[in-house]
Design a protein around this ligand. Structure first.
Ligand code: ZN
Length: 316
């Protein structure tokens, strides 16, 4: 089973230049969960003066926690955000730590050493909670494939940071192609190197952007390395201000199509997901959505893996 983590309500919405109503976000989260999406990053606990788009995160978390079976994730850049998230009762904390020092200082105003200490403090906070109320801490190594400020980010920097983050108390680490610099060769090389360093069980996911059109190729490379969690956003919402026409995150519905066509079950009802995209498009007039499957339609003989298996069973 491959887990698709929908990050549109956080990553996609964050880069829009207008505020999205809480009601729209609620409808979107509920509809995607109903289509079978099991994990959604609904927002972030950050400084709302810098990111007003995220100011309703607490309300959206509260709403999402009422959806049975849904893993509710939020992004937190520091201990303060983690305290709010833990108090809100989220299931998963997503903590970005940039492999590029320059990006880290610009983005969260902290060096690597300071971010490692932040992760250690978040671990202590989580361990202080009663059993059953301890969210998992997934640290995403941001700019893991290159940085718009530093350019090349050496693989050994990424591997060393992943090791230190695990030692500081991360439940697992993931690699994020924040800038859309990754290619399938880099994905293979870096994911394998991190797997070797921290153990394959401690890296399960990647966060990919489709900035240069390699999103799905990169997702496939990650899958072939054995990763099982892929971040994506419905309709590739968010876009990329530096690359007009390029979607933001990889497109959830195209990713589901690729996986299911290859026989990987996702438990997501693809026609239902395409309907959610239509509803989102109607709710956000003027924001371009990206991707291909919704416009092209599904192939005539398309059958989701579970159905394909039961059809095969009938024939046997
Ligand atoms: Zn992103």
């Amino acid at each position: 089973m491959i887990t698709i983590s929908e990050v549109g309500p956080r990553d996609g919405v964050q880069s829009l230049d207008f505020l999205v109503d809480l009601d729209i976000k609620k409808r979107w989260v509920a509809a995607e969960a109903a289509a079978g999406v099991r994990e959604i990053e609904v927002g972030s606990f950050v400084n709302y003066k810098r990111l007003p788009q995220m100011q309703d995160t607490a309300a959206l978390v509260d709403f999402a926690l009422g959806i049975p079976g849904l893993c509710v994730a939020v992004l937190v850049p520091n201990l303060r955000g983690a305290q709010t998230a833990v108090a809100a009762g989220v299931h998963k904390l997503s903590v970005p730590v940039s492999a590029s020092e320059t990006h880290s200082r610009n983005n969260v105003n902290r060096t690597h050493d300071q971010m490692i200490e932040e992760v250690r403090a978040i671990r202590a906070l989580v361990d202080d909670q009663p059993e059953g109320a301890r969210p998992s801490i997934e640290v995403g190594v941001a700019t893991a494939f290159g940085c718009t400020m530093e350019g090349h980010v050496p693989e050994r920097t990424v591997v060393a940071l992943a090791e230190r983050l695990m030692e500081a108390g991360a439940s697992e680490v993931g690699l994020s192609d924040t800038t859309g610099y990754a290619d399938p060769g880099m994905i293979r090389s870096r994911v394998t190197a991190v797997q070797r360093a921290v153990g394959a069980g401690n890296i399960t996911g990647v966060h990919l952007h489709n900035t240069r059109g390699l999103g799905l190729a990169n997702a496939l490379a990650a899958l072939e390395c054995g990763l099982t969690t892929l971040d994506a956003s419905l309709g590739g919402l968010g876009g990329c201000p530096f690359a007009p026409g390029a979607s933001g995150n990889i497109v959830t519905e195209d990713l589901v199509f690729m996986l299911e066509a290859m026989g990987h079950a996702t438990d997501i009802d693809l026609p239902a997901l395409i309907e959610v995209r239509k509803a989102l498009a109607a709710d956000l007039p003027g924001s371009p959505l990206y991707g291909f499957v919704a416009d092209a339609g599904l192939p005539l003989d398309f059958a989701p893996p579970s159905e394909a298996a039961s059809l095969a069973g009938t024939q046997a």
